[in-house]
Design a protein around this ligand. Structure first.
Ligand SMILES: *Cc1c(COP(=O)(O)O)cnc(C)c1O
Length: 384
């Protein structure tokens, strides 16, 4: 039943060997810039590539500022702190996400609250959020309060699943109406846009990840982007141990973090960013080919970019017709050394997040039983 898909993927990548879900791609330019960072001796916490990567990234997504960090999780933790999330608060997010989203909320000693996703975007659903707020939240002078738990709802964190833009514009409007800042988990969505505007730039802050499995990589890395210069300044301060600038004195004016991206990783980030448009073009070609394949297949529907959006197609996905097909597909493809995997288990079903409040999660549950990720690496493009 799945031989057609296995053959299609093997033809696309032109190999009889193991086909990974998502591999990084490196060319001559990556080697040149990484070697340059080594030769400069500035491999660690200061250096020209950190500043350059922040400038290049901000320019790419048309944000006023970017602050790069050691990874995407730390970027999200700091963005939440900047949004005012404090111990004892609640933060609304989606149950269908990678665990880093919920963990970053926990690192702020806040509680995730799970609200349903849209079936077409796989991201936080504005109607579900509005329903949840109407049913449970009161606006008070201290902010928006969950009347069932008595805790403040301090932020909303939508996630752009697999690079498909969620309805973030509507979520930001809702957040403004209820006095709740939106922090976008755009870890998977560098290069994606809604109505021409980059994912990550709709909310008060957005974050990206440059982990090895993401669309571009620094080895490890993350970034906070924002159009608010004061927030960016504070993000830089918090991620660099909150040290007051001085030629020799060590004075720290709050408890910050050592979350700064090393210059060595930033050098790789600069080189990878130069290649991003080529990676995106190759990934779009693969997505179009998958779409054509699944149009004639009968057992699954390819997950397309939502209307009005451009997806980076970080990870391609198929929605199988029946839940019973999911594990059959996973077994057949992995047996054939074509890597596939199911979408994440819902956060609210994990032992550690089972006690968290949640709304009706019908769409998330429906998707969790049916979505399977397919090999999605860019092919080796000629090095620039
Ligand atoms: C990758 C990812 C992160 C965090 O990234 P790291 O750089 O690995 O810390 C956060 N959220 C989501 C949804 C991700 O996919």
């Amino acid at each position: 039943m799945f031989d057609g898909l296995i053959g299609f993927v093997r033809d696309w990548y032109g190999t009889a060997g193991l086909i990974a879900l998502h591999e990084p791609r490196f060319g001559a330019r990556d080697r040149v810039l990484v070697m340059d960072a080594i030769d400069s001796t500035f491999v660690s916490s200061v250096g020209a590539y950190v500043d350059r990567f922040e400038r290049d990234l901000a320019a790419y997504v048309h944000a006023a500022r970017a602050v790069v960090t050691v990874n995407g999780t730390s970027a999200l933790q700091v963005a939440l702190r900047l949004a005012g999330v404090r111990s004892g608060d609640e933060v609304v997010t989606q149950p269908l996400t990678f665990i880093a989203t919920a963990n970053a909320i926990s690192y702020c000693h806040a509680t995730p609250v799970f609200v349903d996703v849209d079936r077409d975007t796989l991201g936080l659903c504005p109607q579900a959020l509005e329903q949840f707020l109407r049913d449970t939240a009161d606006r008070t002078p201290d902010g928006c309060v969950n009347r069932r738990t008595g805790r403040r709802i301090a932020a909303v964190v939508p996630m752009h699943t697999f690079g498909h833009p969620c309805r973030v514009d509507a979520l930001v409007r809702l957040g403004a109406a209820w006095g709740i800042p939106v922090v976008e988990d755009a870890a998977e969505a560098l290069g994606s846009s809604r109505e021409g505007r980059a994912c990550g730039t709709f909310g008060q802050c957005g974050i990206y990840s440059f982990n090895g499995n993401k669309t571009i990589t620094c080895g490890g890395g993350g970034a906070i982007v924002t159009n608010d210069a004061a927030l960016a300044q504070h993000a830089k301060h918090l991620t660099t141990t909150a040290k007051e600038p001085h030629r020799w004195a060590f004075r720290h004016d709050e408890i910050g973090y050592n979350y700064r991206m090393p210059n060595l990783n930033a050098a790789l980030g600069c080189a990878q960013l130069e290649q991003l448009d080529r990676f995106l073009a190759d990934k779009r070609a693969l997505a179009a080919a998958y779409e054509a394949f699944f149009a004639g297949c009968g057992w699954g529907t390819f997950l397309r970019e939502p209307a009005g959006c451009r997806s980076n197609y970080w990870l391609n996905a198929v929605v199988v017709q029946e839940p019973s097909l999911r594990d059959a597909l996973l077994t057949a493809t992995n047996d054939a050394r074509v890597s596939t995997r199911p979408i994440w288990e819902l956060m609210c079903d994990l032992e550690v997040y089972r006690q968290c409040p949640s709304g009706d999660l019908a769409n998330a549950r429906w998707l969790a039983q049916r979505v399977v990720n397919l090999p999605s690496s860019a092919r080796l493009v000629s090095a620039g």
